[in-house]
Write a protein that binds this ligand. Structure first.
Ligand code: AHG
Ligand code: MN
Ligand code: MN
Length: 327
């Protein structure tokens, strides 16, 4: 098979989709370039002085890692200049970032988690960058309002992640299935390695941090019991959503981050974590729910809104929704 680069794949796709413009392809090109820059640093993290925390706490109330700051800066710097965006929102930034007037303005909005699973970076375990792309509703060139950004996940035009693992992988959907690309470091390009990814209808693994059992309600406890007692089911938990999701996408199963007594909204961020992965899982034939309904139908109340998340194989997510319906 001839190697297909992600750029070739996007251009092919652009020809097939009349509404896709060069602006959008350019956006993805710069996003991919940012991912390659982040991957390059992560690959040599132990040799550079970029491991460990900065001593600061971010808007999420979490300890900021040096690599969080580096990944965030790389994304902000390049993406503000890409010409396709009017605004950005990052997990690491409290407020909406409007593209400065000295840069060309586009019609897209980029939401991202620059480094997901960053507490894993010091132990050389997978981390990733998650992104979501929205199209603005307002007039081109006018100042973006917060309301334009707070769109339900079903309105995303694209979503994906770059996983920094044994291989660096880009997993992407522009609404026409999910496609995976593996970075060939010698060539410096992401090459199509996983065309048309489909998640099995029922899975092999459940993935949850069950040390929080004591904070869970009855529905969350019963959900875990359901998977625990199932034949041929095993457990896996990396503690980096992007890595746990990637395994779930490939092998099937379910990833759960239920609400807790101390955190009734759960931990995961709707806009930069749950919604983009929900978009991908649905495009691959799976489901994503907050226990009561579809993640993609929920409109976030603010940029850093959180949500419980049950995501993975359709039958497994449906089983959880049945349990929640009883409570
Ligand atoms: P981030 O590193 O972007 O702050 O996200 C961490 C998230 C997610 O990646 C992961 O699934 C979850 O936190 C793990 O949380 P617990 O340590 O509570 O299990
Ligand atoms: Mn994260
Ligand atoms: Mn993060």
């Amino acid at each position: 098979m001839a190697d297909i680069t992600v750029t070739e794949h996007l251009l092919l796709h652009q020809k097939r989709t009349p509404q896709a413009t060069g602006q959008f392809t350019g956006l993805l090109y710069d996003l991919i370039l940012s991912g390659k820059s982040i991957a390059r640093r992560i690959n040599r993290a132990g040799l550079l002085d970029i491991l460990g925390g900065t001593g600061e706490v971010n808007v999420q109330g979490e300890n900021v890692q040096k690599m969080d700051v580096i990944a965030n800066r790389i994304m902000l710097y390049r993406m503000e200049r890409c010409g396709a965006l009017c605004a950005m929102s990052s997990e690491e930034e409290a407020d909406l970032i409007r593209v400065a007037p000295e840069f060309p303005q586009g019609d897209y909005i980029l939401i991202f988690d620059p480094l997901d699973g960053s507490s894993n970076i010091d132990v050389n375990v997978n981390v990733g960058t998650i992104f979501s792309i929205l199209r603005r509703k307002g007039e081109h060139g006018s100042e973006v309002t917060l309301k334009e950004v707070l769109q339900p996940g079903c309105q995303q035009v694209a979503a994906g992640y770059i996983l920094y693992g044994p291989s660096t992988m880009l997993v992407l959907s522009t609404g026409q299935g999910v496609h995976g690309f593996t970075l060939d470091p010698g060539v410096g390009e992401f090459l199509l390695s996983h065309p048309n990814m489909r998640i099995p209808d029922v899975g092999r693994y459940y993935s949850v941090n069950d040390s929080y059992w004591r904070y869970w309600d009855g529905a969350a406890r019963e959900s875990l019991e359901f998977f625990r007692s199932r034949e041929n089911y095993s457990s896996r938990y990396v503690g980096a959503l992007v890595a746990d999701f990637h395994r779930t996408l490939l092998c099937g199963g379910i990833y759960m981050y239920p609400p807790e007594k101390r955190k009734p909204e759960g931990k995961l961020r709707m806009m930069c974590e749950a919604a983009p992965l929900a978009f991908l899982v649905e495009q691959a034939g799976g489901k994503a729910s907050d226990g009561y309904g579809r993640i993609l139908d929920r409109t976030p109340s603010h940029l850093h809104a959180r949500t419980p998340l049950f995501i993975g194989s359709s039958q497994d997510v449906e089983a959880v929704e049945k349990i929640y319906a009883k409570y």
